[in-house]
Design a protein around this ligand. Structure first.
Ligand code: GDP
Length: 486
């Protein structure tokens, strides 16, 4: 499969069933947007007509209110002057959500996708903090405007906003600056910081309640920080449920569509991806990916290697091996399997590769094992490191079968983009190295898991099992306290 096939694809496939806008982009500036479908055997899910229309309307909003417009200048001026929304002049229909993405690349992508859905649901313009390479790795998603927050943003310290920030919605509730039941629109501040990070407080998580959403609606500027996929939490807000139901008639494909809409790799990263794919993966009959999430300081683990081999062989994803000296069965056509391993370490790849070289596969298949990079340690703010991480995530998503490491947002992004329900290798219990039995299991959906969901029932004002409120929001298998869409 290669770019020669691009012209053979109908416009429907090329634009992912209408998910992507047809006009307004210079194709040469972002090849991946138009070649995406040619590199995929799995066409993925179809977006609903309602989602397609909503995206086009949202793009128009981004153009009407985005950076460079009079409406944007007015809104920035109002924020600088510290006046509340109610006294605002200009275009009060233009309201904004600034999304701060930080942590690893998987976390950043999930944060931006979550912010985008919230922006779409609430009619806000999404602006992404360009730091942490967010301005470098992706093409612009909205035609005719930018999604990057301009450098003259008046809240100069916004990247340091944290759980302690006085203007966080949670702290404003706690300190009675805002009372969700009685504060009027005139009394609201010009901006609020929404802290939905791993350490978010109970008050911060009131964000997922209807009453609080009504207050937030009247605050013109919101700045949000999360390192998680908060979308399952949005499905708990009753005020959003009807709209979400028509946008996503298949709730297990929300990130699948949002990710394919938003995250197109820039031409530089696309070169990394296509060169690797064409050289090592394109000609195989089947591609199997194994994401081995380890940390730089972890020792090489024979137990984890065993978990990988028992999982893949038990689930028939990779063939078993014959003992030395035993001849493999004669097969009329040699079936070839390309195994893509991604990891910070090269040891697991080395072992797998040697295994399938030193022994014949019991099935007679030819098994080639490949790993694009082995960065050893996770790095922050390093362009080439992030380029390789993005290429790895993307390559994982181009395979036919995906095995992931539980709890990893890196794997979540790959499975969603690829439309692949993964086999998940669960973490051993409580710091033990002994692999769990079974070593892996098929996930219930391709959706990412929300790692720090609310544990609070808004209306009954006490703790509830938020995995039992709506049928398609359930507990995750890999993170027992997390929530995911099924
Ligand atoms: P998570 O920590 O597993 O949820 O995934 P993140 O993507 O948020 O953070 C992990 C970071 O470590 C990545 O963004 C990379 O910087 C690095 N990393 C971890 N695993 C890999 C890998 O397999 N390949 C590459 N290139 N980088 C990795």
């Amino acid at each position: 499969i290669g770019s020669a096939n691009a012209s053979r694809l109908g416009a429907y496939d090329r634009l992912l069933g209408g998910l992507l806008a047809d006009a307004g982009f210079d194709e040469r500036s972002c090849h991946s947007r138009y070649e995406f479908a040619t590199y995929r055997r799995n066409a993925g899910r179809k977006p609903s007509l309602y989602l397609i229309n909503k995206l086009r309307r949202h793009e128009a909003l981004q153009r009407r209110c985005g950076p460079g417009t009079a409406a944007y200048s007015d809104a920035v001026e109002q924020l600088r002057s510290g006046k509340s929304h109610a006294g605002a002049i200009g275009s009060p229909e233009c309201r904004y959500l600034v999304s701060i993405s930080y942590q690893g690349l998987g976390n950043r992508i999930l944060a931006a996708a979550s912010a985008f859905l919230y922006a779409m649901l609430t009619g806000r313009v999404l602006l992404v903090d360009p730091s942490n390479e967010m301005g470098q790795l992706f093409c612009e998603p909205f035609p005719g405007t930018t999604w990057l927050l301009p450098p003259d943003f008046p809240l100069t310290s916004y990247t340091n906003f944290s759980i302690d920030t006085a203007e966080s919605y949670g702290n404003m509730l706690k300190n009675k600056v805002i009372d969700a039941a009685s504060t009027t629109a005139q009394q609201l501040p010009p901006f609020a910081y929404v802290h939905l990070d791993h350490d978010a407080s109970v008050e911060d998580k009131f964000f997922f309640c209807d009453e609080d959403q009504r207050v937030l609606r009247d605050i013109r500027w919101l700045v949000m920080r999360t390192d998680s996929y908060i979308v399952p939490g949005l499905f708990l807000v009753t005020g959003f449920q009807e709209e979400l139901g028509v946008l996503f008639p298949e709730p297990d494909a929300v990130f699948h569509h949002l990710g394919r809409y938003l995250f197109h790799t820039n031409n530089n990263v696309w070169g990394f991806i296509t060169r690797y794919y064409d050289a090592y993966l394109a000609t195989a009959h089947q591609r199997v990916a194994i994401q081995v999430r380890v940390f730089g300081a972890d020792p090489e683990s024979p137990e984890l290697l065993e978990q990988i081999t028992t999982c893949t062989q038990k689930e028939n994803l990779l063939p078993g091996l014959l003992a030395a000296g035993i001849d493999p069965p004669a097969v009329p056509t040699k079936f070839s399997k390309a195994v893509l391993v991604t990891s910070l370490k090269s040891w697991y790849y080395d072992r797998l590769k040697s295994m399938y070289w030193e022994h014949a596969a019991a099935s007679g298949e030819a098994v080639g094992v490949h790993q694009p990079s082995h960065e050893k340690y996770q790095q922050f703010g390093a362009r080439l490191h992030d380029t390789k991480a993005w290429a790895d995530i993307y390559l994982l998503s181009l395979t036919d079968v995906l095995v992931t490491s539980g709890r990893s947002t890196f794997g979540y992004v790959a499975q969603g983009l690829g439309g692949l329900t993964p086999w998940v290798m669960y973490k051993p219990a409580n710091g033990s190295v002994v692999p769990p039995d079974p070593p892996c299991g098929r996930d219930v959906s391709m959706e990412p898991c929300f790692h720090n969901p609310p544990f609070y029932g808004c209306r009954i004002k006490q703790g509830v099992d938020t995995g039992k409120i709506v049928p398609h929001v359930q507990r995750c298998k890999d993170v027992s306290w997390g929530l995911k869409l099924v």
